[in-house]
Design a protein around this ligand. Sequence first.
Ligand SMILES: [Zn+2]
Ligand SMILES: [Zn+2]
Length: 180
Amino acid sequence: MKKEEIINPLTEIPDEIVATCEFDVKSGLALAIAPGVLVLRNKKMTAMNLVNAITTFSALGADITAKLAKACGFCDNCGDFGKGTPASWAAECALCEELLDIKNDIRVPDYLRDKAGINSNAKLSAETDEERGEIILSEAGYDYDISDVPPELLEVFRLSGVCLGELDEALRLERKIDVG
Ligand SMILES: [Zn+2]
Ligand SMILES: [Zn+2]
């Protein structure tokens, strides 16, 4: 019988961490990855392992949500203190309200993008000229904005008074947030 070669991706991880995680290379390991994140887990887990995983992910999710919210801060009616009271600034902020509804729904066929020299996945921004009945599209100059955030998360931030204007800016400027 041919011996199966097992590649151990854990050689760089200290033994005590491997032991605590109960990693089982033989049964297989799975990765969940996204830019800035890597989650390594066993393919076969006990019910208690899964309960631990759920608790860990929930705690981590709550923690990073709070850190992102804190980095954005509470909305002060986006700098326009004139109207309402501090408690109502976030809820009544017209700019945040507008940002909540922004959808990235400008679609332009690739041949037109090619002609304009705009990359097929570059974000577009639009300006309108009412008098001339024109919509002018151009390359936005940033890769991410608030339209990339799932609506459920936006709703949570909105209800907690987090400034969506600041969130949009942090996304567009790709600001680094210290999550410790
Ligand atoms: Zn604001
Ligand atoms: Zn606002």
